[in-house]
Ligand binder design. Structure first.
Ligand code: PEP
Length: 250
């Protein structure tokens, strides 16, 4: 039985004062929920703040990106070992907001995935299709290709104890979440693809759903067989809404 995981993605929101308020509310509302794991992924400059505030709590923290390289002349990049210096244990990789805006290729994303793995960070790999791709019925082909780049380069075993978040691009920040059936069907496909090469890895792989999750729709999504939790954008900026989602998963 996989333990459910709910991840807050604050994206580029917050400042020292508002973070302090939101993190205090997280601590007050979420630390009594012991049946799931909760993680908050914040912008780089606030990693030391979350480390200071969350280090003795059950809430873990993460980053929203990392460099594909270990060290060197890469201005503006942040390495896996730098994240480790701030107690980071999770890192979001390949979020569509980055993949589109900064032209991240599947190959770059695969390298980032391995940087995280080799440094003991849990990668949260985002995959998902556009609305045009869903309407054309090629969503499994698109998500399959995103996974194949990693499987073909490093083998399916690297998905052991990793996290994949299925995030249909048409559902992110739009208020239009995928139905539990749509999500289940894709989650089953993802697990099956990994299982075809490595059953043990597929069993330990957590597959989250992300895209306009709210406390209302979370109730149905979180009880769905292959949904192991959620990646939450907008609703994670409100402690009460985020608590509602965590309770639905718990
Ligand atoms: C996300 O940032 O990954 C996300 C799913 O955002 P939202 O919950 O706002 O759709």
């Amino acid at each position: 039985m996989r333990r459910k995981l709910v991840v807050a993605n604050w994206k580029m929101h917050g400042n020292l004062a508002s973070n302090k308020e939101l993190l205090s509310a997280y601590i007050e509302k979420l630390t009594s929920i012991t049946t799931i794991d909760v993680v908050v992924c914040v912008p780089y400059p606030y990693l030391s703040q979350v480390q200071a505030m969350l280090q003795n709590t059950s809430i873990a923290w993460g980053a929203q990106n990392l460099s594909k390289d270990a060290v060197g002349a890469f201005t503006g990049e942040v390495s896996a070992s730098m994240l480790k210096d701030f107690g980071v244990s999770y890192v979001i990789i390949g979020h569509s907001e980055r993949a589109t805006a900064y032209c991240e290729s599947d190959e770059n994303i695969a390298m980032k995935f391995m940087q995280a793995k080799t440094h003991g960070l849990t990668p949260i790999l985002c995959v998902g299709e556009t609305l045009i791709e869903r309407e054309a019925g090629v969503m499994q082909m698109v998500v399959g290709k995103q996974l194949d780049t990693i499987i073909n380069t490093y083998g399916a075993s690297v998905f052991g104890d990793a996290v994949v978040s299925y995030e249909p691009i048409w559902a992110i920040g739009t208020g239009l979440a995928a139905s539990a059936e749509q999500a289940q069907s894709m989650h089953e496909f993802i697990r099956g693809k990994v299982a075809a090469q490595d059953k043990v890895a597929a069993n330990s792989l957590k597959i989250l759903y992300g895209g306009s999750v709210t406390p209302r729709n979370a109730v149905q999504l979180m009880v769905t067989q292959d949904i192991d939790g959620g990646l939450i954008g907008r609703c994670s900026l409100n402690a009460q809404e985020f608590e509602g989602i965590c309770l639905a998963a718990g």
